[in-house]
Design a protein around this ligand. Structure first.
Ligand SMILES: [Zn+2]
Length: 89
């Protein structure tokens, strides 16, 4: 499984895929309510110094016959698949 604290870089354009820390985002959202931020962060499997949002876009798609294709992550910068699935990154 991918490390929730390091989303890595796009294999195509080197775009940094690490987003905001989940806990810090929640702390702002709940106007400094640490307890609430902690509670919600734990639902993401995050703690104050571990766990970030990734900037990669989760894409689900279908082929022309309506069959489900394997989901993948798309780079917001170049639009390519940002992880090389064969490498298991
Ligand atoms: Zn890219």
């Amino acid at each position: 499984m991918r490390d929730i604290d390091d989303h890595g870089k796009c294999v195509h354009c080197d775009f940094d895929l690490n987003g905001e820390r989940i806990y810090e985002y929640l702390l702002k959202k709940y106007e400094g309510d640490c307890q609430k931020a902690l509670d919600v962060a734990s639902m993401y499997g995050a703690v104050p110094d571990r766990g970030r949002f990734g900037k990669e876009i989760y894409v689900k798609s279908y082929d022309t016959e309506g069959n489900k294709l394997p989901p993948y992550f798309q780079c917001p910068e170049c639009g390519e698949k940002c992880y090389d699935i064969n490498k298991g990154v």
